[in-house]
Design a protein around this ligand. Structure first.
Ligand SMILES: Nc1ncnc2c1ncn2[C@@H]1O[C@H](COP(=O)(O)OP(=O)(O)OP(=O)(O)O)[C@@H](O)[C@H]1O
Ligand SMILES: [Mg+2]
Length: 342
């Protein structure tokens, strides 16, 4: 059963140049205890989507259309229709988010203990003793020494420790769902690995669903059950991780895979796809990837292709050339694309 069902969601930023169509007609389901990775290069709309899901978009943002349906105990609510109180509750108790670049968002003049206390108070938990017990329990869960970390100021902790604290804070109210926006990007490779291992353990132990945003495919693949590729605000491919890695059907996913360095663990870079994404205010006619796509034909510039099943019903791509992509890759499903094509 789906915990979250996003249907036809479109989000614009209102600017002087006109609306920036940052998220366009996005639909997906998130099942209980499942991890969905959202990948795509910078500017593809990942953060806009994530922040939109908890309705924390900045001023000047307009949700043009769509539904965000959240189900708990058999009850379904549209997040877009919640009042302020219910929304506050939803944000922490149901769906917690670890924000991109949040490592710098700690208040530098208060201790980690006070950060826990503030968060707890914001949710009506005022019993210091209970908050302390809960904080210690959570820090233990993320493998930090509470005795050392709670009295510390943020600058006394390493990046990896701060990221663990943020994850612990997000879990304070036992959410059913956690959204992590690039949680490892600012960290070195070994620390990235330990955070990924931690998230895997936590998910197993606590059973929450997870939306994991990354532009690093190899990291996303380690955690995710399914993956969504976003390009210019749209979902252009949706697949189980193995299908995305071994049998991508959208040329953009293929481009991202080819850009993954072969030395495992190295920082992923998508810079090697030539060209740049389209202007999201004045979108080109047809497929928005056509201008960069090595397989584009005239028909690609006529109409933006819908997301449709390819190979299997669980695998969708928005490309009229997906069969050509399949031919280029061949039928050998045993070798990861990244290695085969490098
Ligand atoms: N407040 C804003 N006003 C206008 N445009 C914005 C605003 N925030 C983001 N955008 C634009 O919306 C698009 C999507 O941005 P978003 O931050 O969602 O991308 P992203 O996939 O998270 O990128 P990154 O990988 O760099 O974090 C980009 O073109 C961006 O320039
Ligand atoms: Mg982002």
């Amino acid at each position: 059963m789906s915990v979250l069902s996003v249907r036809g969601l479109s989000i614009d930023y209102l600017t002087r140049r006109g609306p920036v169509h940052a998220v366009r007609d996005v639909s997906f389901e998130l099942e209980k205890s499942e991890t969905l990775a959202i990948i795509g290069e910078s500017g593809s709309g990942k953060t806009t989507l994530a922040v939109g899901l908890i309705r924390l978009s900045p001023r000047g943002t307009k949700v043009a259309k769509g539904e965000i349906l959240y189900t708990k105990n058999g009850m379904t609510n549209d997040i877009r229709k919640l009042d302020d109180d219910d929304l506050r509750e939803y944000r922490w108790a149901e769906c917690a988010m670890v924000f991109q670049a949040a490592l710098n968002s700690f208040n530098p003049v208060i201790t980690i203990w006070e950060q826990f206390l503030d968060t707890a108070r914001a949710h009506g938990l005022n019993d210091r003793r209970r908050v302390h017990d809960r904080a210690a329990e959570l820090l233990d869960l993320v493998h930090l020494d509470a005795g050392r970390v709670l009295p510390a100021f943020p600058h006394e902790l390493s990046g990896g420790m701060k990221q663990r604290v943020l994850i612990a804070l997000a879990l304070m109210l036992e959410p059913q769902m956690v959204i992590l926006d690039e949680p490892t990007t600012a960290l070195d490779i070994l620390t990235q690995r330990s955070i990924i291992d931690l998230l895997r353990q936590l998910r197993q132990r606590l059973g929450f669903s997870m939306i994991f945003i990354s532009h690093d495919l190899s990291i996303a693949a380690e955690l995710a059950d399914r993956m969504i590729t976003m390009y210019a605000g749209r979902v252009v491919e949706h697949a189980r991780v193995a299908d995305m890695f071994y049998r991508p059907r959208h040329p953009y996913s293929l481009g991202l895979l080819r850009a993954v360095p072969r030395v495992s663990g190295a920082l992923g870079s998508v810079a090697s796809i030539p060209g740049s994404p389209p202007d999201l205010v004045r979108l080109p006619k047809g497929c928005t990837y056509a201008a960069r796509c090595p397989y584009a034909i005239d028909a690609c510039r006529e109409a933006d292709p819908p997301l449709l099943p390819v190979d299997t019903p669980q695998h969708e791509a928005a490309c009229i050339r997906w069969q050509h992509v399949a031919e280029v890759l061949g039928s050998d499903a045993e070798i990861p694309v990244a290695e085969k094509l490098a």
